[in-house]
Design a protein around this ligand. Sequence first.
Ligand code: PGA
Length: 266
Amino acid sequence: MKRTLIVGNWKMNLNTHEASLLVKRLNDKIQVHRDVEVVLAPSLLTLQPISLEIDRRKFRLAAQNAYYKDEGAYTGEVSFTMLRDLVNYVIIGHSERRIYFEESLELIRDKVQAAVRNGITPILCVGETQNQRAAGETSRVVHDQVVTALSNLTAEEVEGIVIAYEPVWAISTFGGQVAKPDDMEKVLKLIRHQITELYGDKAAASVRLIYGGSVKGDTASGYLALEDCDGLLPGSASLNYHQFPDIVAAAYRQTRGAGDEEKSNG
Ligand code: PGA
């Protein structure tokens, strides 16, 4: 069984002291659970100190971004090579990076490839804007984002990655409309279907698909109950030491429920 993945995207929030305080509070509230993997994505600046403070049985770390070249004259950038001993995951292609920093499909493809080359699991974010959704373009947009981003990976490499479906209109930064879980399931299914077409059944079954966009403690279970949803990527709720543990607790309940069902069926 795949472990449910809960990734807290702290974005450009919390200085070192604040980040350390939040980790302490989360540590008090979050338990180790076999079937749930909890990942924190602090700013690049706080990754190093946080890496020394976390209980590694409870938390793993993700970077929010990195540059695709391994080293060299790229002022201001940090490479995947530099992050390889520090993080297990890296968020790539988040809509804030696509929109505010004009990251292209090709740049995101190169970053995904660089992450894999350096042994870091990419969490590839895809999703359509409100206008694209209104124009009926969701499938095309998501299809293009997925196909281009993964185009330099082998089927075996695709098996190990994470794809986060985050409709732009549902992210708190861009309006934060609450997305209906059933609508989200349609797109998650579509993504899994694309992976089957491109990389085969094994890759499609192994790749983890997670949902993000204004997820809170009380909405988490609606998404986690979806057949194709393997986890969540909360942003603003991940900065709140009540909300984030509530989301993780929803994941615990979900996996425990699934375990009981298996037991009663067997
Ligand atoms: P949000 O952010 O939960 O604040 O909408 C999610 C994200 O941007 O990853």
